[in-house]
Design a protein around this ligand. Structure first.
Ligand SMILES: [Zn+2]
Ligand SMILES: [Zn+2]
Length: 305
């Protein structure tokens, strides 16, 4: 079983608190890291969570609000001090690269590794070794994107009795069929589906960034195994959420129910709430499988049953 682990590095909105840093979430699978947003101070969390500054990494930036992006430069600088050579994938709004180039130049930061930049746009933005990354437009006060990070599908369950009954000898040919490839046995061709169950879909992680709920995003996040959603406000502060283009915890829960996701994680909490338990309570009334993110929280995302 391949592990897919989501770790929250920062869970506060706009300003940090004593216990919450600015937004950043890491997805890890087989040594590969996808980092979503880079709030200020993210590099310390990258170190404390042992994400590996030399690892295969893709960074996704949702939008150009300071709380989501100012940690990026420090992280890249530390990678260079560590003599990173491996290219780094970066995805975000078009102007992200401009900001990075200008600030790096003004601060005399030379990178020791290439950045492969892909501008965010609706649809598939990047395929890496272990993930397919899709983007959709979010509904925020500036151009903003939401992301879905998906692992590749897996071949179906292998049934040895079926292979035996077809006369397929154990060994290399079994392994070919298990991997979803057809084989030739004498004159007969054996298709993998004759000896395996249907192909299984990979796990899907959705990350909204800052947004109002929208129909478009409901379709985009449909069927996610884990949905990380903007929960800046409590429902009694809904007016503020509407005005500042964020969501309330109740709206996030209504959204999760409509999008039929497996689990909802609330994050990006306004610093005005010293405790987020009331936000979780109101969300759980609508969508019971809801938890609140906290800095350092790791979730091991299981395969769907
Ligand atoms: Zn924000
Ligand atoms: Zn924002």
């Amino acid at each position: 079983m391949v592990k897919l682990v989501v770790t929250f590095l920062g869970t506060s909105a706009a300003a940090p608190t004593a216990h919450r840093g600015l937004p950043a979430v890491a997805v890890r699978r087989e040594g590969e890291v996808v980092l979503m947003d880079c709030g200020e101070g993210v590099q310390r969390r990258v170190l404390s969570e042992s994400l590996g500054i030399g690892s295969d990494m893709t960074i996704l930036i949702t939008h150009l609000h300071g709380d989501h992006v100012t940690g990026l430069l420090g992280l890249l600088q530390t990678m260079s001090l560590a003599q990173r050579r491996k290219p780094l994938n970066l995805v975000g709004p078009e102007k992200l690269l401009k900001w990075l180039e200008i600030t790096a130049e003004l601060l005399h930061i030379g990178l020791t590794f290439p950045i492969r930049f892909s501008p965010a746009k609706p649809g598939v933005v990047l395929r890496t070794g272990g993930f397919r990354i899709r983007a959709a437009r979010a509904a925020h006060s500036v151009e903003a994107f939401s992301y879905v990070v998906e692992e590749p599908g897996r071949p179906g369950i292998f049934y040895p009795e079926k292979a035996k009954s077809l006369g397929v000898p154990e060994g290399k040919l079994w392994s070919r069929l298990q991997k979803g490839r057809s084989i030739t046995l004498g004159r007969r061709r054996v298709e993998p589906l004759e000896v395996t169950g249907p192909r299984r879909v990979g796990r899907k992680i959705g990350y909204s960034g800052d947004t109002r709920p929208s129909e478009r995003l409901t379709r985009f996040f449909s069927g996610c195994d884990l949905l990380i959603f903007d929960s800046t406000f409590r429902d009694t502060d809904r007016e503020k959420a509407v005005e500042r283009k964020h969501s309330t915890s109740l709206e996030a829960a209504e959204f999760a129910r409509k999008a039929k996701v497996r689990q909802l994680v609330l994050t990006h909490f306004s610093a005005r709430y010293t405790s987020v338990s009331s936000l979780v309570r109101e969300a759980r009334r609508v969508f019971p499988n809801t938890i609140a993110a906290s800095d350092g929280l790791s979730i091991d995302v299981a395969y769907p049953a």
